[in-house]
Write a protein that binds this ligand. Structure first.
Ligand SMILES: NC(=O)C1=CN([C@@H]2O[C@H](COP(=O)(O)OP(=O)(O)OC[C@H]3O[C@@H](n4cnc5c(N)ncnc54)[C@H](OP(=O)(O)O)[C@@H]3O)[C@@H](O)[C@H]2O)C=CC1
Ligand SMILES: N[C@@H](CCC(=O)OP(=O)(O)O)C(=O)O
Length: 434
């Protein structure tokens, strides 16, 4: 691939972002914090404009028949916007992840090695129609010294344009160039972005498995995949039933369209007869439709049957598949086969069983006696998140500031040469941490 195929306007955007990012990379913590405060102020000043743009997006999406949970995700009311702006200020208060000395080691007298954290450069982030994600991502990008090219979901274009305009307005009074933040709005631009390996250092696609795979197969830029959330709750035979009902309901309904909501409930056969009618009543009261395997249907005869397809489906809606399992091992095997390595929970009062689950479930988040909805950068104390990485290699789970940095090895000597450390009279290294 060469940049010749890409629209000149997109190359120009990328060049400007790269130039702005190079300057941002070496700014002081104070200068970055001032920029973050100015972003918060810019968003506050443009509150009315942003909310109106969002109303227009919501009306258009409703006219297109968008599903209710996705509509809720698109909607940016006053409270959500206020929380997002507060989140920007919180990111300003976090420690600067740049310039941290990770290794400081004397290799030999006068020969000193340091490993220092530094920004990645320019991030290309493709995300869904969730406007406040743009605010979270930009605040993390600026604080970590990175430029960012955003591509939002098509239903949120008006909202994200208003948000990015306000952010640029805020930045215009600071040491950070407004060019450090860019917004793309079309799929054609996304395809072009993937070809800009000369300007973009990391692509983060937040989307379906197949979309993340498409991105990986069509770019030379490193990709940090934030794919689907097929999350599970396993109700063990030693579960506290009331706790299990409350956690199941929260993990399903609290934000059904979020990737950390559960899609499948696994229930130990020894507790199913008592637990399932109770949880079914609580879920029905919250308008959740259940689908069950054959053994579940024997206890809950009025629900629809679940098929193989259900175990691999992310409903992103008020639908939950249910399966009865014979053992912890069967639950873990199901999760490792059908899950997406996002977040999975066990509900049990047996600590040893919970520890086995922690050790054997291969997901970014393994939770005991709490809702999968806690998988979130803000809730983890990261201030905000770029999204939730579903990759095996780090960063995994919610990606905050620490996930947006790399490092450099800095070595200082005084005429030291490697030949002195080889051969029959080789000097020995000291390797002393300073
Ligand atoms: N792990 C995480 O942090 C997150 C995971 N997800 C997961 O993403 C999945 C889908 O979410 P959903 O809301 O439907 O998001 P979409 O798949 O609708 O959109 C996500 C982004 O990808 C773009 N996109 C999708 N397909 C293509 C394509 N073929 N070519 C170019 N661009 C494309 C969209 O562009 P456009 O809108 O213009 O079509 C949008 O910007 C779910 O599984 C969800 O769990 C979502 C968010 C965060
Ligand atoms: N961190 C988020 C969920 C992750 C996320 O971005 O999900 P999505 O709703 O798919 O955009 C939350 O708990 O609200």
């Amino acid at each position: 691939m060469t940049i010749v195929e890409v629209a000149p306007s997109l190359v120009s955007i990328a060049e400007k972002t790269r130039a702005a990012a190079s300057k941002l990379a070496i700014l002081s913590t104070e200068a970055k914090n001032e920029a973050i405060a100015a972003i918060a102020q810019g968003l506050e000043s443009a509150r009315e404009e942003i909310l109106q743009a969002n109303v227009a997006d919501c009306q258009a999406a409703a006219a297109e028949g968008i599903a209710k949970p996705l509509y809720k995700r698109l909607q940016l009311d006053e409270h959500k916007l206020r929380d997002a702006i507060a989140g920007v200020r919180d990111v300003g208060k976090l420690a600067d992840p740049i310039g941290k000395v990770q290794i400081h080691r004397e290799l030999d007298t006068g020969l000193v090695l340091k490993r220092i954290s530094c920004p990645l450069g320019v991030l290309g982030i493709i995300f869904e129609a969730r406007p406040e994600a743009a605010i979270q991502i930009v605040s993390l990008a600026i604080k970590s010294g990175n430029g960012v090219i955003l591509k939002c979901g098509k239903e949120a274009v008006r909202s994200c344009e208003a948000i990015v305009k306000a952010i640029k307005q805020g930045l215009s009074q600071t040491a950070v160039s407004p060019d450090a933040v860019q917004l793309l709005t079309t799929r054609e631009e996304t395809v072009g972005l993937l070809k800009l390996d000369k300007y973009v250092d990391l692509i983060i696609p937040r989307g379906s498995n197949s979309f993340v795979r498409f991105v990986q197969e069509n770019t030379r830029i490193p990709v940090l995949g934030h794919a689907d959330g097929i999350c599970h709750a396993y109700i063990d035979q030693a579960a506290d039933i009331n706790k299990a009902v409350e956690i199941t309901v929260d993990a399903k309904i609290q934000y059904a369209a979020a990737c950390n909501a559960i899609e499948t409930l696994l229930v130990h056969q020894a507790i199913a007869g008592e637990f399932l009618p109770k949880v079914a009543a609580a879920l029905a009261a919250n308008h959740v439709e259940l689908k069950g395997d054959q053994r579940t249907l024997e206890i809950l005869p009025n629900i629809a049957p679940a098929t193989e397809v259900d175990w691999e489906t992310e409903y992103s809606d008020l639908i939950l598949s249910v399966k009865i399992v014979d053992s912890l091992e069967d639950a873990i095997a199901h999760i490792n086969q059908y899950g997406s390595r996002h977040t999975d929970a066990i509900i049990t009062e047996n600590i040893a069983t919970a520890e086995s689950f922690f050790g054997l479930v291969n997901s970014a988040g393994v939770f005991h006696n709490c809702s999968t909805r806690f998988a979130d950068g803000f809730r983890y104390g990261f201030g905000a998140e770029v999204g939730i990485s579903t990759q095996q290699m780090p960063p995994r789970g919610p990606v905050g500031l620490e996930g947006l940095v790399t490092y450099k090895y800095q070595m200082t000597g005084n005429g030291h040469i490697v030949a002195s450390y080889t051969g029959s009279n080789a000097k020995a290294f000291i390797h002393r941490d300073l």
